[in-house]
Design a protein. Structure first.
Length: 129
C-alpha cells in the first residue's frame, strides 16, 4: 500500500525551507477533506487493532535527491528528485490552488521555490513510504 505521507529529514536541513512550508499547506489541504498524512505511519497498529495478526510493515525512505549514503538510496533519490521537480507545479495547483484557493501567481512562486529546494543537495528531506 502506498499513500501520501509526511515529509521528514534526517537532520534539521528541512527547517525553514519551502519544502517545509508547502508540506504544511498540503497537510492543511488534505485535512480539509478529512485525510491525515500521518496515517501511513500508523497502518500496522491500525491493522492490528482491527484484529489482523502477524502484520508486516516495510518502510522505505525515498530521499529528495541523490544525497543518500548507499548506492541504492542515491539512485532512488535521483529518480525521485526528477519525479518531484517534474510534478511539483501540477500537484501544487491541485492541493494549493483548488483545495486551498491560492492564486495561480502564488502557486507559481511557491512551485519555483519548491523546485529550487528539491535540487538543493544540502537539504536532506525524504518521504517514508
Amino acid at each position: 500500500m502506498h499513500e501520501l505521507s509526511v515529509i521528514d529529514s534526517i537532520d534539521d536541513t528541512l527547517s525553514g525551507t519551502t519544502i517545509e512550508k508547502v508540506t504544511t499547506l498540503v497537510n492543511n489541504a488534505v485535512a480539509s477533506k478529512g485525510a491525515n498524512l500521518e496515517n501511513p505511519r500508523r497502518y500496522k497498529a491500525l491493522m492490528e487493532e482491527a484484529g489482523f495478526v502477524d502484520v508486516k510493515q516495510k518502510l522505505i525512505q525515498f530521499p529528495f535527491g541523490p544525497w543518500g549514503k548507499s548506492a541504492y538510496h542515491k539512485k532512488l533519490g535521483a529518480w525521485y528528485q526528477r519525479h518531484l521537480v517534474g510534478q511539483a507545479e501540477g500537484l501544487m495547483k491541485v492541493f494549493l490552488g483548488r483545495m486551498l484557493g491560492m492564486s495561480d501567481e502564488e502557486v507559481a512562486k511557491l512551485s519555483k521555490d519548491l523546485k529550487r529546494d528539491h535540487l538543493d543537495p544540502k537539504i536532506h528531506a525524504y518521504h517514508e513510504l
